[in-house]
Design a protein around this ligand. Structure first.
Ligand SMILES: NC(=O)c1ccc[n+]([C@@H]2O[C@H](COP(=O)([O-])OP(=O)(O)OC[C@H]3O[C@@H](n4cnc5c(N)ncnc54)[C@H](O)[C@@H]3O)[C@@H](O)[C@H]2O)c1
Length: 327
């Protein structure tokens, strides 16, 4: 008979890879990821507290469920939030009850950076339109061949400006550099960032947004900033729509000042179908899928489980959000 494990973990996040095997070495694991449920199942605090109690779990690992109120009254040894910023957890509440909270910074940096590259190529080479032409049998149209309609400038030799040199910004920077682009950057908190925002906007052929949304960055790119960008510049935002003024973006595209845009996020997570962006041929839109790779799941699994192992061994893991609970 195998020894009973001292801990029991309820995991409602997608969990995979070697980190999951490692968790099974230290805890009995109840794995019931939200992502497998249709319709979507995100627990509110009452439903989560009930589930934790039913499972008899002392370790709770979530991605989007609401961890507050009654959940924090339970005898939890630790909480893992599979996000860079554990916004779904009442961290002060957990701290007040002495419960350590772990997070998973940078888990999706490569995933989002790859989508930024994909959007840039899709916008500048017109890939979605070209694909539609082939599918519709409209390769030859209005007396033209595609070679006439899809001419573009190559990216190698162009300058890309990264706004926000955090986990995603850095993962995007080396990819753009690998494509032969000159990379410049703006981030008031990164000592190695190269430019002020105004200078970056004036110099970049491509502006790629990777800043966190804070009171300082909300609406960072408005009419004035779009006007400062180079004629024909491409604007990418795989971070959050809150970083720009969408009406100003539409205006800059409509008057032809911007050459195109690639966007992975919208206020309220969607656009009305009659929104002007939806009918612009030089705009490519994706519905907040930047982080959606299996690797993101494996990365947050490793981060949370390594943090747990360190915690349970009496250490203070680097991804512990509230280290004051250990003192
Ligand atoms: N599309 C997606 O699915 C997806 C997935 C993950 C993250 N994101 C978004 O991508 C962005 C970056 O995420 P991350 O994990 O790299 O976060 P991060 O915290 O590692 O990096 C954010 C960076 O923004 C910088 N910053 C703060 N104020 C700034 C300012 N005024 N100007 C320029 N930079 C500023 C910070 O110094 C930091 O370096 C966030 O907005 C995040 O919400 C999107």
């Amino acid at each position: 008979m195998p020894e009973p494990r001292p801990h029991r973990a309820l995991v409602t996040a997608p969990f995979r890879g070697p980190g999951l095997d490692a968790l099974r070495e230290i805890a009995d694991v109840v794995l019931d990821p939200w992502i497998d449920h249709r319709p979507l199942r995100i627990y509110d605090a009452d439903a989560l507290a009930e589930r934790v109690t039913t499972e008899g779990a002392d370790l709770l690992i979530v991605e989007s469920d609401s961890v507050k109120g009654p959940v924090l009254d339970l005898p939890l040894v630790a909480i893992g939030s599979c996000r860079g910023d554990p916004t779904n957890v009442d961290v002060p509440g957990a701290t007040a009850r002495g419960i350590p909270v772990l997070r998973a910074p940078g888990r999706n940096a490569d995933a989002v950076a790859e989508l930024a590259v994909g959007l840039l190529l899709a916008v500048t080479r017109g890939i979605p339109r070209a694909d539609l032409d082939v599918r519709a049998g409209e390769v030859y149209r209005d007396g033209t061949i595609p070679y006439q309609r899809f001419r573009a400038w190559q990216l190698a030799g162009q300058t890309v400006g990264i706004v926000g040199l955090g986990a995603v910004g850095r993962a995007a920077a080396w990819r753009f550099a690998g494509m032969g682009m000159q990379v410049i950057s703006h981030d008031p908190f990164a000592p190695d960032a190269t430019h002020s925002l105004d200078d970056l906007l004036a110099e970049a052929d491509v502006v790629s947004m990777h800043a966190a949304v804070t009171p300082d960055t909300h609406g960072l790119i408005g009419a004035e900033q779009f006007a400062r960008m180079r004629e024909g510049a491409c604007y990418l935002n795989t971070a959050r729509a809150g970083l720009h003024d969408t009406d100003a973006l539409v205006a800059a595209l409509e008057r032809g000042h911007l050459g195109g845009a690639g966007l992975d996020h919208f206020d309220g997570e969607r656009l009305p179908v009659d929104h002007p962006l939806c009918s612009m041929a030089n705009v490519v839109l994706t519905p907040h899928i930047g982080g959606a790779t299996y690797d993101t799941e494996a990365n947050h699994t490793t981060a949370i489980v390594e943090g747990l192992r360190m915690l349970l061994a009496g250490g203070s893991p680097p991804n512990l959000v509230n280290p004051e609970v250990l003192t």
